[in-house]
Design a protein around this ligand. Structure first.
Ligand code: KDG
Length: 354
């Protein structure tokens, strides 16, 4: 399996830098001439390596967004910064990659907000079921003042949040039965992300949730360790969950953002010019990734049905019943996060809906 993809223009420079970087640092020097292996080549050009890892595979818009980031950064820094993009959990799961950023052994990862909430609990607000009514409202809130305020909270975890990307509206799949209403959730063993709010929300729906890293999910579905899972249709289709799941329902129960995270140690070591370049590249690659994600959503659902999955429409009445059952969980987390901060998010959503 291809370990990572890079733009050809930097393959040679990157390879030289990669060999040197294998000594464990993301800073390497190449003087462009053959120096003696024993001597430290005189630094005439500092090449910085960004090791960027995600959990989804190389077909997913999340990886295509990472390749766009790589292209923009390498082009705009004229090769002074080289990006190595790794997919399918090759560098670890969301939690371990975030810890690697904190330790400085990896530079970029793009997790959902749900696992981030284990580091900064306020991020749970973005996983409130039925919070965002549309992706357009989500864009306005996340790219606006409130979303940027949350990114600022990452700094005391030695993380820098450079942009929001899109995971998308999460839908339920399972191998047992069609799920049309809360009644059908009863006793269903559903894998959730490693996030307490997700667990409590699915318990409130009557399911039997199990937290699990994304990297373990396909095997767990294949072996029947869990009956079902919930993810956006892009992930369900591109990760081939239709091979191990027979039913899909458009619960759309959470709009899940991704956050483009960079190690603060690495970011602080960049020049002001390069900090601006990586920040702008992360944002522009995010716009590109969101567009890719949305363009194919309808097609992904059709593909799942063509692959033999049974699609069940969740009616407004059934969704209203789910909202009511989950409300006590939201009240509890609103208090835990801080009523004022949660109200800021609600107000920003109302303003964006106008
Ligand atoms: O790296 C990809 C994961 O962060 C993302 O797929 C998370 O939606 C997610 C899940 O279900 O774990």
């Amino acid at each position: 399996m291809k370990k990572f993809k890079r733009t050809f223009s930097t393959i040679l420079l990157g390879s030289m830098a990669f060999v040197l970087a294998a000594c464990g640092s993301s800073d390497t020097t190449t003087d462009g001439n053959s120096g003696s292996a024993a001597s430290e080549p005189e630094a005439t050009e500092q090449v910085k390596i960004i090791r960027a890892g995600i959990g989804l595979n190389d077909e997913h818009p999340q990886f295509k967004g990472l390749l766009k980031f790589a292209e923009l950064v390498e082009e705009r820094t004229e090769g002074a910064i080289v990006v190595e993009a790794y997919h399918s959990g090759q560098l670890g799961d969301d939690r371990s990659m975030m810890e690697a950023l904190q330790l400085g052994t990896q530079e970029v990862t793009v997790p959902s907000t749900a696992p981030i909430a284990n580091f900064i609990s306020e991020f749970s607000v973005f996983d409130f079921p039925f919070l965002f009514p549309s992706s357009e409202v989500a864009d306005a809130v996340l790219d606006g003042e409130v979303g940027q305020k949350f990114l600022g909270k990452l700094e005391n975890q030695n993380l820098v949040g450079l942009a929001y990307w899109e995971n998308g509206f999460r839908d339920l799949t399972n191998s047992k039965r069609a799920v049309a209403s809360m009644e059908d959730f009863k006793g269903l063993a559903v894998r959730t992300m490693e996030n307490e709010l997700h667990l409590e929300a699915f318990r409130a729906l009557g399911a039997n949730p199990t937290p699990m890293a994304f990297t373990e999910l396909f095997t767990a579905l294949q072996q029947g360790t869990v009956d079902g899972q919930e993810n956006p249709v892009a992930t369900i289709y591109l990760q081939a969950f239709h091979e191990v799941q027979g039913h899909v329902s458009n619960t759309h129960h959470i709009y899940s953002p991704f956050v483009f995270l960079m190690s603060k140690t690495f970011f602080d070591g960049l020049t002001a010019e390069h900090q601006e370049i990586v920040s702008e590249a992360a944002y522009e690659a995010g716009l590109y990734q969101r567009q890719l994600n949305r363009e194919a959503n309808a097609q992904y659902l059709e593909n799942l049905i063509e692959e033999g999955m049974t699609f069940t429409e969740i009616t407004p009445e059934a969704r209203a019943e789910m909202v009511e059952a989950i409300q006590p969980v939201l009240d509890k987390y609103a208090e835990r996060i801080g009523a004022e901060l949660v109200q800021e998010v609600y107000d920003a959503i109302e303003a964006a809906k106008q």
